[in-house]
Structures are given as C-alpha cells and as structure tokens.
Design a protein around this ligand. Structure first.
Ligand code: AMP
Length: 308
C-alpha cells in the first residue's frame, strides 16, 4: 500500500445547474480527490484549512473513509473557503460567481511528520505558494508529484504557479486552461509546451469528451462514459485526479502503460461524481458499482480490427 498526501481546498460550494441550485454544501478539491482515492488501497492524508464554521459532520465523513484529517487545520473565528459556480446549458462550461479565499488567504501548511515520506504527492487546486511549501517540507522528493490547477491561479499568481509546474512530474489540467497557459489552440502543441515547462506527463481533461495523456510522442485517449443523466459536473476534474493518483499510489508503478490504466480509473470515478449534486454520489459509492462500470468502459473502448 502506498502513501498518498493530498493538498487542496476543503470548502463550501454553492452550485447552480440547469437542474437545480444548492446552498452551501461540502466541496473543495481535496475533498473530491480524497473521496475518489479512498476507493483504492492507499494510506492517504489531507493538508488543508477550514474555519470553525465548517461542520464536524463533514470532517467525520472524510474520517469514516479512512482519510487522515489530522493536518486539516481549523482556524478559530475563521471562515471556510467558499466557491460558487453556475453551469451553462451544455454542462461543459461554467462561470465562477464567487471565490472567497477566507482562511486560505494566509494559510501556512504543515505536513505531518508521518506523511513527509509519502510516495505520491497530489497538489490539488489551491494557492501555488501553499503547494510549493508542501513540496519543500517533504523529507525527500516523492516518487511522483502530480499537480492540478485552474484559471483562477493562472490569472492571479502565474509566476508562483510556473514555479510549482517546474517541480512536478504530471500536470492535470482542463483543455481551456491548457490553452490559456500555453497560448496554443492545438492540445498537442499545448501538451508539448507544458512538457517543456517541467512535467514529463500531461493529462488534459476534456469534460464529457474524455481525457488525453501525453508523454513525449506517446498519446493515449480515454473517453468519458456516455451517461444518461449528468446532474452536476462540479468536482469531476478533482475526482478524476483522485482516481488517477489513488490507483498509482496503490500499484506503485509509474510506467506509461500503468498511467493509461490510471486515466481509465480516473475517468471511471468521475463518471459517478457528475450523477448527483456535490459529493453526494461519491459518499457511498460501492466497490461493486465501480467494478461494474469499469467493465462498461472496457466494452466501450475495445475493438478488434485486423491490420495487414
Ligand atoms: P472541479 O469541478 O473539478 O474543477 O472542482 C470544483 C471544486 O474546486 C469545487 O469544490 C471548489 O470548491 C474548488 N475550487 C473552485 N475554485 C477553486 C480555486 N480557485 N482554488 C481551489 N479550489 C477551487
């Protein structure tokens, strides 16, 4: 069993989709990542911060999934990070309505001693300075550093973000953000530019159009499972990342072939996330459901063409 350290927001989200609206519910990049990773045999911990307005019940939920929450700081009189977004009718695009950093604005992360030797470090979406500080606190370089980020940090903290990108092995990013970061429309060119910035591997997430994995001249594509009902895409990218790193931490194998399987596991778990609002679907997802859908993925992508 590998050790997985997850850094990212633990948050309140308010979401609006064409199907409904929620008030403040449990969200955050680290929340989605850790729930997805809990599907694997891994020892995982979160480094994050919340305010004392954050319900104990949410922390208990993570704890019940065997996620080590001892490094989620609870700031007295602090307000938890809050994000609000509204999806367009195609559900593939959204507008951010509010990003209130609150306790995240002055957060100094502390990596617990028992996770300073983690095999995989997942730098989920949050301030690049926090991500950098966590990298610096590790005893030695983890076998794998995976970074996920979003346009908010590109717009507000680009130099710091570029520094983190230079220190990571794999960047997972969505298509629009890859274009924004590299000023390239072609995702092949964008991936190549990102590899020149540091990461050996690049995963470009394309929402309902699947995900691409790039390494040198190798490309692998995984579709998203065509679903009858998509309710709320929030957290799909983080759930993908959680499945991806969860599988890699469990198997402790970072060959291109195994990364391909990790992309499938990530896509598989993301397909559940979008079926209900927020973390609702991921909370009690069973191993049987996950296995069954993996089989569907296999059926969807296998073909047998005779080549001369
Ligand atoms: P995703 O839909 O995978 O991009 O992730 C959505 C989650 O990311 C939500 O639960 C938000 O709380 C969180 N989030 C939104 N904006 C940010 C941000 N600027 N930094 C960190 N996390 C964010």
């Amino acid at each position: 069993m590998g050790k997985l350290l997850i850094v990212g927001t633990v948050a309140f989200d308010a979401i609006e989709t064409p199907f409904g609206k929620t008030d403040k519910i449990l969200g955050g990049a680290a929340t989605y990542i850790s729930l997805a990773a809990s599907q694997f045999e891994v020892d995982s911990a979160i480094v994050s911060i919340v305010g004392d307005d954050f319900p104990q019940e949410y922390l208990n939920l993570l704890k019940a999934k065997n996620i080590d929450i001892s490094a989620i700081e609870i700031e007295k009189n602090g307000k938890t990070f809050f994000w609000s977004g509204k999806y367009h009718n195609d559900l593939n695009t959204r507008d951010t309505l509010v990003t209130d950093l609150n306790v995240l604005a002055n957060f100094n992360p502390v990596v617990p001693d028992h996770f300073k030797d983690a095999d995989v470090l997942m730098l989920g979406n949050l301030h690049p300075n926090v991500q950098l500080s966590v990298i610096e606190q590790m005893e030695e370089k983890p076998k794998l550093i995976v970074l996920d980020t979003m346009n908010f940090w590109m717009n507000n903290t680009l130099p710091e973000l570029l520094e983190v990108i230079g220190k990571t092995d794999i960047l997972t990013i969505n298509d629009e953000e890859a274009r924004q970061l590299t000023h390239e429309y072609s995702l092949v060119k964008a991936a190549s530019k990102i590899q020149a910035m540091g990461p050996k591997y690049v995963v470009i997430k394309k929402g309902e159009h699947g995900a691409l994995l790039f390494h040198d001249d190798n490309v692998f594509f995984a579709p998203a499972l065509p679903l009858e009902e998509v309710f709320d895409p929030t957290g799909a990218g983080d759930t993908f990342a959680g499945g991806f790193v969860g599988f890699l931490a469990e198997t402790e194998n970072i060959s291109f072939n195994n990364l391909r399987n990790a992309v499938i596991h990530g896509s598989n778990l993301a397909s559940f996330c979008v079926e209900k609002f927020g973390t609702e679907r991921m909370k009690d997802l069973s191993k049987e459901e996950v296995e069954k859908r993996l089989e569907q993925f296999k059926q969807l992508t296998q073909f047998d063409i005779e080549l001369e």
